[in-house]
Write a protein that binds this ligand. Structure first.
Ligand SMILES: [Zn+2]
Length: 130
């Protein structure tokens, strides 16, 4: 479950990163997302991303301090498609985390969720309140 407020924060960040891919981390407890950490894409590239290592570490330390869990790795595909690229699959280092990909659809963002484990991609449902 991702609260409206956090969805809004994510979309603002991804929008501000355009035309580059944007990225970040969702943390919380169980299925409940409690915090969005926007992370700088150090590649500043429209088709690749890599999280700034220091910002990612700071997010992980805060998650640990709060006793939260890493719930999702989020990034955008400004030119689509809304599913993981071969690179995303090869670089999916957190099998316990969900992977969320944002891609534009019409004037809006489409959010898709996946599990990526051992090179296999499985679609999952991401719930946000109506
Ligand atoms: Zn990607």
């Amino acid at each position: 479950m991702i609260p409206h407020q956090i969805i809004a924060e994510m979309e603002v960040h991804l929008q501000n990163c355009l035309p580059e891919e944007g990225c970040g981390i969702l943390a919380g407890i169980g299925n409940q997302v409690l915090r969005w950490f926007p992370i700088t894409n150090i590649y500043h590239n429209p088709v690749r991303y890599r999280m700034d290592a220091q910002e990612q570490l700071n997010a992980f330390l805060e998650i640990e301090k709060q006793n939260w869990q890493l719930l999702a790795i989020v990034h955008s595909h400004p030119a689509g498609p809304p599913y993981p690229s071969d690179t995303d699959i090869a670089e999916a280092y957190y099998p316990e985390s969900a992977y969320i990909i944002y891609a534009p659809i019409n004037q809006d963002w489409l959010m898709s969720g996946y599990r990526i484990q051992d090179g296999l991609v499985k679609r999952i449902t991401i719930i946000s309140p109506e």
